[in-house]
Design a protein. Structure first.
Length: 202
């Protein structure tokens, strides 16, 4: 007897102009009332007031609120287990560093992670892994798919142009990576149904 396969998708998926202003209502709708927030360098000045007003309006309690600029795994482990026990979710607002750090901290504590990217330079805001420094070497470590993804297109639009091109490059690289995986899998096990189906589109 075959069992069905599940596809994980975020419980909160909001993309649009001004979605950051509605962050509090999205959290309230999921019963997430006590949160920790991490922002990238310099982003408290840019988005802090908007975020805090949105959360205050919906009576969301912010237990911790700070800028974060580390992807060292030891720092993040310490950070994760110093968060209050009543933390219901971790929210990261910014680029790859702060999103990977928050994602891994939430993974360690087994609580929801809310991803709020401020640029489209990569797909890290939606992936189930985090790129961290392990013994000084950048390493991809397992994490959870974000419980929520909130993309404010007005913010993405105003990011430096180079981040847009970086995101396009990241998307294109998935095509060549898929070819590489197909070749590798074929050598190991021959064509599976999954491989056969993917080849139809390549």
């Amino acid at each position: 007897m075959q069992t069905g396969k599940a596809i994980s998708v975020p419980a909160i998926l909001k993309v649009g102009n001004g979605t950051l202003n509605q962050l509090g209502s999205y959290l309230k709708g999921e019963g997430l009332k006590q949160v920790v927030i991490f922002l990238g360098n310099g982003l408290i000045d840019m988005f802090g007031e908007t975020v805090m007003e949105s959360l205050k309006k919906e009576e969301i309690t912010v237990l911790e609120y700070s800028e974060l600029d580390t992807v060292d795994i030891d720092d993040i482990i310490t950070l994760a287990f110093s968060m209050p026990n009543k933390t219901q979710a971790v929210i990261s607002i910014g680029g790859g560093k702060v999103i990977d750090a928050g994602k891994y901290a939430a993974f360690l504590r087994n609580i929801p992670f809310i991803s709020v990217p401020t640029s489209s330079s990569s797909d890290g805001f939606s992936s189930a892994s985090a790129s961290l420094l392990v013994h000084g070497k950048r390493t991809s470590v397992p994490a959870k798919l974000a419980y929520g993804i909130v993309v404010d297109t007005q913010i993405i639009r105003t990011a430096p142009e180079k981040f847009i091109y970086s995101g396009i490059g990241d998307m294109i690289s998935k095509i060549t990576a898929l070819y590489e995986r197909l070749s590798h899998d074929d050598e190991l096990t021959g064509d599976s149904n999954s491989i056969i189906n993917q080849k139809k589109y390549l």
